[in-house]
Design a protein around this ligand. Structure first.
Ligand code: DX5
Length: 230
């Protein structure tokens, strides 16, 4: 881990009837960004957030928004999510016929670009687009739903991505998403991740969101350094 761990909640478990207040609560809890899981019912068997809902929540947030686009042909929708206030757009390598072109297009729109890999996809899939990305996302569940169990078999790939990124010399964040808890974050951090998405565990934490965020951050440092956080 080259920098302090970033803790980013997924909005999927939020009470959508009060999404603005929910986002403000997450900011008050000390999160570093907010992730919107955008699902189209085709790339994944679930349907979630359009750009208008995200735009409506934008004024309630003091932190940046990232959109995790779990959609087919994401190039059709990039402008809409930038206009909605997302500063980082993440597309799936498995959904892009022309991945290099799509990542370059995201940067042309003036925002940061990210590429996501499903659990079965290899690290080599992104080896030739590292110059076009600001973030690589290794899914630690099969995308489409919150509340699933973390897949430890992804950790060797996280380590391979860490080596690829370090060897490239580019300042690329390595994010993991799916089943992240105070337990599983240790292994993901030890493998080399430095950005951590958490949904159901963070929302369900008995002591509330601020305590959950602090605990995740402490455990990530422990995983990365092998020592308890100071
Ligand atoms: C799943 C999403 C994740 C999910 C995380 O497809 O990409 O962001 O919402 O939720 P938990 O932490 O509950 O696995």
């Amino acid at each position: 881990m080259t920098s302090a761990p970033l803790i980013v909640p997924s909005v999927l478990p939020a009470d959508l009837a009060r999404v603005g207040a929910e986002v403000a609560e997450l900011c008050a809890a000390g999160v570093d960004r907010v992730q919107w899981d955008v699902m189209d019912g085709v790339f994944v068997p679930n349907l979630t957030f359009g750009p208008d809902l995200i735009a409506a929540a934008r004024e309630h947030s003091s932190v940046g928004f990232e959109a995790h686009l779990m959609v087919v042909e994401p190039e059709r929708l990039l402008d809409r999510y930038v206009d909605a206030g997302c500063e980082l757009l993440i597309v799936h390598a498995e959904a892009c016929t022309h991945l290099h072109r799509t990542l370059s297009r995201i940067r042309e729109l003036g925002v940061r670009s990210g590429v996501a890999l499903n659990p079965h996809s290899t690290a080599a899939t992104v080896a030739h687009v590292l110059s076009e990305v600001d973030l690589v996302l290794a899914m630690t569940v099969n995308p489409g739903f919150g509340g699933q169990s973390y897949i430890p078999a992804v950790e060797p790939k996280i380590a391979a991505l860490r080596r690829l990124i370090d060897d490239s010399g580019f300042p690329i964040e390595l994010e993991v998403d799916g089943g992240i808890t105070d337990g599983t974050i240790v292994g993901a951090a030890a493998a080399g991740a430095d950005v951590f998405i958490s949904g159901s565990w963070l929302y369900a934490h008995a002591h509330g969101k601020p305590a959950a965020v602090d605990l995740l951050r402490m455990q990530a440092v422990k995983g990365a350094t092998g020592k308890e956080a100071a």
